[in-house]
Write a protein that binds this ligand. Structure first.
Ligand code: ADP
Length: 472
């Protein structure tokens, strides 16, 4: 029943069998696979020829094997000519298809004649060897030629003819009674023919199903991409729209807080302080969202200039010094004795270093210490920030550098944040052809480091300043 279904489904798709339009993928798959299988096919045919030559007329066996090998050369030539076809030139596609059909007829005839020659030379004790060769060739074709049903049917029909030839050979030669083993072999061959047809149908239908699934995956992929783009655009628009009013709210709150427009009652001061702090937090989140969107759209602009890593670190340390003293964390800088030039976008690298420094402060306890260093490590210039905070457990690097992810994402987390800082930092650092990573030990502390290629003196000289590219 199942087999009848296979054959019926196969018959239903017959319209596509010899039509090159819409079959580009099938033709390409067919050619690519036959190219890969040449050696395998030739090795099995050569082994069959050597085996047969030991028991039958070696001269005719090798002569016919040579013809089979020549047909492979035709296939190889076709594969070479067709490998650059991109599927757009349909006239070329038609020509390839025609040649595949012709090559198939020649190759299947050559293999059939090679096998029939063995059967003819045999005595009437059965034709196990040629039938088995033919069976293997048919299964091989059913397994590997299922991309093009028309071509497969053509090949199998020729093999089917050879099967019938061998089946009828002894029936005609010896005209045996119906009860003899020659008739038994005949009926067995008919059964095997049906079995091969069924297998071929199954492989073909499986291949079609695979193609259908590939199309579905492609469609799904396109849909996800479109959804992602829409989400990014939405995020960018909302963030932009929020930024402008928020800037004026923060400005107004700061102005009220400063007392320049009138003194505040004692109870209002702390409330304004909270409003201001939260305003800045919200503004930082919006900046992060905008940066994330820029990074993902490949729209972040970098102004690369020769930059001294010592200056970068000093500026970043200065920018967080107020935060450090508020938290009671001691920050020390150890700079390189000479200038350590790298090519970088100053503002973006300070953004990265400030983020790493503020993480280090945030995760330190009061009285803790953070050390910021610039040094030569191997061929690199390394900027590192070391803290003696709680450390990061092993195996969570994806979360540390992931989007909106934190190592401790529980509700009882003491330290706030969006989980975007290091994600953005990593993208920025990698756009500098540099590396951002960390080493950490639980209970001892964490060191985040950035490794840059040093800029050679001639690259950093004044005349080259303007020559350095501005990159998106
Ligand atoms: P967040 O805004 O949450 O700080 P980041 O991307 O900057 O986002 O950091 C991601 C996570 O990496 C943090 O939430 C924290 O779990 C971990 N992390 C970063 N720096 C440190 C550090 N110095 N010590 C311990 N954990 C850290």
């Amino acid at each position: 029943m199942d087999r009848m279904m296979n054959l019926k489904a196969l018959w239903a798709s017959r319209g596509d069998w010899f039509n090159s339009a819409g079959q580009e993928q099938n033709i390409k798959d067919y050619i690519a696979l036959s190219n890969q299988l040449v050696r395998k096919r030739q090795a099995s045919m050569a082994a069959a020829a050597i085996l047969a030559a030991m028991y039958f007329d070696a001269l005719s066996i090798f002569a016919l094997y040579l013809v089979v090998a020549l047909t492979e050369v035709l296939d190889l030539k076709l594969a070479r000519e067709a490998q650059d076809w991109d599927g757009t030139d349909s006239a070329f596609g038609e020509r390839i298809l025609k040649r595949i059909v012709i090559n198939t007829v020649i190759s299947a005839l050559a293999i059939s004649v090679f096998i029939m020659n063995i059967a003819i030379q045999q005595t009437p004790q059965g034709h196990f060897t040629p039938l088995f060769f033919l069976f293997s060739a048919s299964i091989f074709a059913a397994m590997y030629n299922s991309q093009m049903m028309g071509v497969l049917i053509l090949r199998l029909s020729i093999y089917g003819f050879a099967f019938l030839f061998i089946a009828f050979l002894d029936v005609l030669r010896f005209r045996p009674p119906l009860g003899s083993h020659i008739w038994l072999e005949f009926f067995t061959i008919i059964f095997v023919l049906y079995f091969i047809g069924d297998i071929a149908a199954k492989f073909y239908l499986n291949y079609q199903e695979r193609l259908r699934q590939m199309d579905l995956i492609k469609e799904e992929n396109e849909r996800s991409k479109a959804a992602l783009e829409a989400k990014s655009r939405f995020l960018a628009t909302v963030s932009h729209e929020l930024r402008t009013p928020l800037t004026s709210i923060i400005g107004a709150v700061d102005l009220i807080k400063s007392g320049k427009i009138g003194s505040l009652p004692d109870t209002v001061g702390p409330v304004m302080e909270i409003a201001s702090r939260n305003g800045y937090r919200l503004a930082a989140l919006i900046e992060d969202l905008l940066d994330m969107q820029k990074v993902e759209a490949g729209e972040m602009v970098f102004h690369f200039r020769p930059t001294d890593a010592n200056d970068l670190l000093s500026e970043a340390v200065d920018s967080i010094s107020g935060y450090a003293s508020k938290l009671g964390v001691h920050v020390t800088s150890q700079l390189c004795s000479e200038a350590c030039l790298i090519s970088g976008d100053r503002a973006r690298l300070i953004q990265v270093l400030s983020n790493i420094l503020s993480n280090a402060l945030k995760f330190s306890i009061e009285g803790g210490s953070v050390t910021a260093r610039v040094e030569h490590v191997g061929h690199h210039i390394r900027i590192s920030i070391q803290d003696d905070g709680p450390g990061i457990p092993e195996g969570v690097k994806d979360r540390v550098f992931g989007k909106f992810t934190q190592v401790d994402s529980s509700d009882i987390r003491k330290v706030g944040g969006t989980g975007l800082g290091l994600y953005i930092s990593k993208q920025i650092v990698e756009s500098h052809n540099a590396r951002l990573d960390y080493v950490s030990e639980l209970g001892v502390g964490t060191t985040f480091y950035l490794d840059f290629d040093p800029l050679r003196d001639e690259e950093g000289s004044d005349q080259n300043l303007t020559a350095l590219p501005e990159t998106v």
